[in-house]
Ligand binder design. Structure first.
Ligand code: HEM
Length: 495
């Protein structure tokens, strides 16, 4: 009788287990009604085992089957994917109000405390976005003053390279060490133009350590993505890093700015923020927000611009005929005289350099899957129903590589952006900065940095392959979210 009882208990357990499993599978299979179609993968992991390291290619492979809007499951979550320009524009521009949220993430919520701009949501995000845009304009974005700052930084870059090289004509630089300097300091200049000498050293430390912090955060995010359950243990060290590298230093600099603030002469980002902080009450103008905002401009601006410049140099080395054409254009339009300094008004007359830059953006898409968005309310896209809170990926990489729109997309060809008369054709199919309500805030600054950097450096110099290193290849750094070139050395020669 005891045996019979034990058997009964075991059967109940087995039955219970099978029942739970069936319920789980049933739930796992189910999706919201009229949700965009797409692969579910396997229970618990979703498509993770099948996607490989290039998620953008994997998602693009479903384009023929599902069209511009599809979905896929990653871990326990359903994501919506926008796989072509039309779907991205419809969602981010035409329905931008509903598609401009950022998904909730335990790591980022903890790290940012809901502040900053890149991962902010709702009223705070809208408010800060307006503030940053106005502040950038007040600081001379798109004006000659900004050109002058960028040119100064380009010259500083050349000087630092000359020092590093030691010999008269050849300068060997390690790209990841040197390129961040000019771009890093330009982004940083915006907040800190009113430079205060005692902080110079600390500030330099912050610039130097940014790359390091970004590297660590990237690794952590990647690890977190593959081991979701380990999430909480990463948060304290991440937060410590933020405090150590950014918050403390920025707070001290802000305090110093506050003491010598001149309302009639607001010179930098911190000045403008502190002045508005005095006038406006509420949650949005706090010191904590200032620290997070500057961190976001820093991280959002440095790594991206560095990657774009790095890929540009890799292209110049791999396609020296492009460099020759840029040299010719510079000689013709700007000239070789020292006082002939490049500025953004030269752009109009330099179609080849613009075509080159646009092709680099297309050919090496830095943010292939963009920063994730999420829908802030239930909405309908292409007839599909997408419930509030659903995370959304947009496949910028595929927009740049769709063979229906680009002939031989795997080939680097700046000429595809020129018309029969050699005029530059700005393409709305090259969208490295994304589009719509949440698109990159630094787009004008980044464009100016890239144009003035190439024009400024190539005016008197050329990039050559370092014979000891060889030609850098196209493999990406293992960093994860952004596609950056691997470290390489290059020779910069006076011409
Ligand atoms: C080549 C350089 C750059 C590239 C390729 C780039 C790309 C991007 C992309 C793809 C996004 C996400 C847009 C979206 O969510 O739809 C973004 C957001 C952002 N970028 Fe850039 N960016 C660059 C340079 C900069 C610079 C120099 C700054 C600094 C001023 C900057 C500041 C920002 C900020 C603040 C956001 C967040 C906007 C928001 O969430 O509302 N970026 N960028």
């Amino acid at each position: 009788e005891e045996l019979h009882f034990e058997r009964m208990i075991s059967s109940i357990y087995v039955f219970g287990f099978v029942f739970c499993l069936v319920c789980y599978l049933f739930r796992w299979k189910s999706r919201p009604k009229n949700f965009p179609p797409g692969p579910l993968g396997i229970p618990m992991l979703g498509v993770a085992p099948f996607a490989g390291s290039k998620l953008e290619n994997y998602l693009a492979s479903f384009y023929k089957k599902y069209g511009g809007v599809m979905s896929f499951r990653l871990g326990p979550k359903d994501w919506v994917v926008l796989n072509d320009l039309e779907a991205i524009t419809q969602a981010f521009t035409k329905q931008g109000e509903s598609f401009s949220g950022r998904p909730k993430s335990v790591v980022f919520d903890q790290l940012t405390q809901g502040c900053g701009i890149v991962f902010a949501n709702g009223d705070r995000w809208q408010h800060q976005r307006r503030f940053v845009l106005t502040a950038l304009k007040r600081l001379g974005m798109g004006k000659r003053t900004m050109d002058a700052i960028i040119n100064e930084e380009t010259n500083r870059f050349i000087a630092s390279v000359q020092l590093a090289g030691g010999t008269e004509y050849y300068y060997f630089i390690q790209i990841r060490q040197c390129v961040p300097r000019p771009t890093g300091t330009i982004v940083v200049f915006l907040p800190f133009l009113r430079f205060i000498p005692p902080f110079k050293q600390k500030f330099q430390k912050m610039v130097d350590s940014t790359e390091q912090v970004i590297g660590i955060v990237k690794i952590v995010i990647e690890t977190v993505a593959s081991h979701l359950f380990l999430l909480p243990s990463f948060i304290p060290p991440l937060f410590m890093l933020f405090k150590l590298y950014f918050a403390d230093i920025i707070s001290q600099i802000a305090e110093n700015h506050k003491q010598s603030l001149d309302e009639n002469n607001l010179c930098d980002f911190i000045d403008i923020f502190l002045s508005d902080m005095k006038k406006q009450k509420g949650d949005f103008f706090t010191k904590l927000q200032l620290c997070h905002l500057i961190r976001d401009l820093f991280v959002g601006g440095i790594d991206t611009t560095t990657a774009a410049l790095g890929w540009g140099i890799v292209c110049l080395l791999n396609f020296p005929e492009c460099q020759d054409k840029i040299h010719q254009e510079i000689d013709q339009i700007i000239g070789k005289l020292n006082y002939a300094v490049p500025n953004m008004s030269h752009q109009e007359k330099m179609p080849y350099l613009r075509a080159f830059i646009q092709e680099v953006h297309r050919f090496q898409t830095i943010a292939g899957l963009n920063i994730p968005h999420c829908v802030t309310e239930d909405c309908i896209l292409y007839g599909y129903r997408i419930p509030k809170g659903t995370p959304v990926m947009s496949n910028i990489w595929f927009v740049h590589n769709d063979p229906a729109h680009w002939q031989e997309p795997q080939k680097f060809r700046p000429e595809r952006h020129l018309d029969g008369d050699g005029k530059f054709i700005p393409s709305n199919r090259v969208i490295p900065f994304s589009v719509g309500h949440r698109s990159c805030l630094g787009v004008q600054l980044a464009k100016a940095e890239l144009f003035l950097f190439y024009a400024g450096v190539l005016k008197h110099h050329e990039f050559q392959v370092d014979p000891n290193f060889g030609l850098p290849d196209w493999s990406r750094d293992d960093g994860g979210t952004l596609k950056t070139p691997k470290d390489f050395t290059v020779c910069i020669k006076e011409r």
